[in-house]
Design a protein around this ligand. Structure first.
Ligand SMILES: [Zn+2]
Length: 353
């Protein structure tokens, strides 16, 4: 669910990073009046942290995102509560989207503080669905999907062995939630914030924009140094999340002014939102163009990694690389620039039109 398969673009965008330091686990840095930046560790080698935000409500806090479920994250939250959060209650937990590094501790925090979880509907419902897959056997539809992408039997065995891991990184969600809808004004810390929904990285991803403070909590929708994973998964093989992603980036550029300080879930707070949005769109369009050229001769999803990613793809990255390749291929199909044929063994072959 992370941003690892994407290729980091060249540092062309003129982004500015106003903070020199990053907060240690359990500590916080103020990034705006009443807005604290905290960091939780992630147990991955590439992306080792997530940024979360605490918004001062006077008598307590609204939290935005929570970290992955682990005893270490629980300890970090306990230190934060005793330290920078001054033992004041958490009044509400907002999650930008359903990936475990964002939603992992939401159930723990809402139970501990007897408060509610606020999320968009598709993020809440999809999270409940994925958690329910935990412990199940890998479905035949999933095996068929990855076989169609060109995976060999060894890779398919590793998919089966690893299926259902999602729920292990997520503390049981509360059984009810407060829905957030696109454009809704939210009153947080005595100020109005606007819900800005994006799609593509996850189904109904929430960003929060405060005109008053000139802040955008961007989640994984806009990251400064890495490219968010945009993937097709076996549940919806014909999905076209890349078109949704590109459309969302364009809509954020229209709705949120360039002079905000962006608070992303990974890397550091930055200025230069519109430049970054433009660079992300340009990077994907460039990859789509190269991919279309590559499909002059028919290829499987597995055959186009070299065109899309700079790094070599090992078996641990295979799901994300495959999902991201199919996202690009399905986008070309939507644009009627490519077509897909299935061979006798059930493998999909793509060629440009
Ligand atoms: Zn994510």
């Amino acid at each position: 669910m992370h941003e690892l398969a994407g290729e980091a673009p060249a540092d062309t965008a003129p982004l500015r990073y106003p903070f020199d330091a990053t907060p240690a686990p359990g500590r916080a840095l103020a990034v705006a009046p009443g807005v604290l930046w905290l960091r939780m560790r992630l147990p991955m080698s590439g992306l080792n942290h997530i940024n979360v935000w605490a918004l001062d409500e006077g008598d307590g806090w609204t939290l935005a995102d929570t970290g992955m479920q682990s005893p270490e994250t629980a300890t970090a939250w306990q230190s934060a509560c005793a330290g920078p959060l001054q033992r004041r209650r958490v009044l509400r937990v907002i999650c930008t989207h359903m990936h475990p590094d964002h939603v992992g501790m939401a159930g723990w925090l809402t139970r501990h503080f007897e408060c509610r979880l606020w999320m968009t509907r598709l993020e809440y419902v999809t999270c409940r669905m994925l958690v329910a897959d935990t412990g199940r056997e890998a479905p035949a539809d999933g095996v068929r999907f990855y076989r169609a992408a060109g995976w060999d039997e060894d890779a398919l065995e590793s998919y089966k062995a690893r299926f259902g891991g999602f729920g292990k990184a997520v503390h049981t969600l509360p059984d009810s939630y407060r829905r957030i809808v696109d454009g809704e004004p939210l009153w947080i810390g005595g100020r109005s914030w606007e819900a800005v929904i994006g799609r593509g990285h996850s189904p109904e991803h929430l960003c929060l924009y405060c005109a008053d403070l000139k802040l955008l909590i961007s989640g994984d929708q806009v990251l400064p140094r890495i490219t968010s994973n945009v993937s097709v998964f076996p549940t919806e093989p014909d999905a076209d999340p890349l078109s949704e992603w590109l459309e969302s980036l364009g809509s954020i550029r229209e709705r949120v002014p360039d002079d905000v300080l962006v608070l992303p879930s990974h890397n550091e707070p930055f200025r230069g939102l519109h430049a970054r949005l433009g660079a992300l769109i340009a990077e994907h369009e460039m990859r789509l163009k190269r991919l279309r050229e590559e499909l002059a001769t028919p290829k499987r999803a597995l055959d186009v990694f070299d065109v899309l990613f700079r790094r070599r793809i090992g078996i641990d990255m295979l799901i994300f690389a495959t999902g991201e390749s199919i996202a690009h291929l399905n986008c070309l199909i939507t644009r009627q620039q490519a077509t897909r044929e299935v061979d006798a063994r059930g493998v999909n072959w793509y060629r440009s039109l």
